[in-house]
Ligand binder design. Structure first.
Ligand code: PBG
Length: 328
């Protein structure tokens, strides 16, 4: 029965009616705050490309955990910057590295807070790639998939031993979810969950993060292991493989330029699906706000709503604390 009988505006007349029929809502529980712990700092150090985000000393971990818990956030995702790097990223597995130390502090300060830790070697390698390198007879250098699985598994184990609720491999090596699950189960960490960065694109939008985590590749790029931005069917394949290997949750990353992919992955799996509203998405919005071009509270909530609407159960976002403040 078309107009004049059908009138969608009837349900938009008051804010109470709009709230009653709203399909998608965002709450602080849906938001996970990424954080950077730097082993060499005594004071927070601002990240120039990400206004409002700091690298933190481990001594701030307990306070940060209490703040996140008070805001009612869904959790935190930890990244670490070591004092020294090596070819293979071995320091990622150091139980006294910045991430295991921060996990212990956070879990004892706020035991109910969900603490997740990013598993990758790029913050720990001198070359900035997400894996161990190998040189082919013709001199070509690339990332050795299978040789990387061992160090990733040991990093995941170090985080699990420190008390992480969730370990989150972001390297995009084939088979890493299965390798990490086997390593954890082998020593009794059967309850540590795996959030797989299953669908991660080779994206320009990670630019600011590479400053934040000091992990820009020193040569080449990540296109040999991260996904091609043109591919959507491949996302369902990556999601299926990680689910079969034992992932408990899947992630799509970045978020805004890949909302179509997020919605496909949501249809393809019954696992919880996360999306990462990455550093470049954050920097873009903050730059527009500081130039007076956008209203920050409205823009942030609209971005987060769109990511939820596309199918994300939860969102990793640098806006988490600000948004939680708005949502009360
Ligand atoms: C890799 C990793 C990256 C991000 C999270 N984990 C960078 C990359 O793959 O280059 C990006 C996060 C962001 O841009 O906010 N360890």
């Amino acid at each position: 029965m078309p107009f004049p009988v059908e009138r969608p505006r009837r349900l938009r007349r008051t804010s109470a009616l709009r709230a009653l029929v709203r399909e998608t809502v965002v709450t602080p529980r849906d938001l996970v705050l990424p954080m950077f712990f730097h082993a060499g700092l005594v004071e927070p150090r601002p990240i120039a490309t990400m206004p409002g985000v700091d690298q933190l000393p481990v001594s701030h971990a307990a306070r940060a955990a209490r703040e996140a818990a008070t805001l009612g956030l869904g959790g935190v995702m930890l990244f670490g910057l070591p004092v020294a790097k090596d070819e293979r990223g071995e320091r990622g597995a150091d139980p006294d590295g910045p991430v295991p130390r921060a996990i212990r502090e956070m879990k004892s300060a706020a035991p109910g807070l969900v603490v997740m830790a990013d598993v990758c070697v790029d913050e720990y390698t001198t070359h900035g790639h997400c894996g161990v390198l190998r040189t082919a007879p013709d001199g070509a250098v690339d990332v050795d998939n299978d040789a990387t699985l061992d160090v990733l598994s040991r990093i995941a184990l170090a985080y699990a031993e420190a008390g992480a609720d969730v370990v989150a491999p972001s390297d995009m090596m084939d088979g890493r979810v299965g390798a990490i699950r086997a390593a954890l189960d082998g020593v009794g960490f059967t309850d540590t969950a795996i959030l797989s960065y299953a669908v991660k694109y080779a994206s320009a939008f990670y630019g600011p993060f590479r400053d934040a985590a000091d992990c820009a590749p020193q040569f080449g790029d990540r296109a040999g292991y991260q996904m091609d931005p043109g591919n959507a069917r491949e996302a369902s394949r990556e999601a299926r493989l990680d689910e079969q290997e034992g992932a408990d949750m899947l992630m799509v990353k970045p978020a805004l330029p890949y909302l179509d992919v997020l919605s496909k992955v949501r249809e393809a799996t019954s696992l919880p699906v996360a999306a990462y509203n990455v550093s470049g998405e954050y920097a873009m919005l903050k730059a527009a706000v500081s130039a007076g071009m956008l209203d920050e509270p409205r823009a942030v909530l609209e971005v987060l709503t769109s990511i939820r609407r596309a199918g994300a159960d939860f969102i990793l976002t640098y806006h988490a604390a600000f948004a939680a403040g708005l949502l009360g």
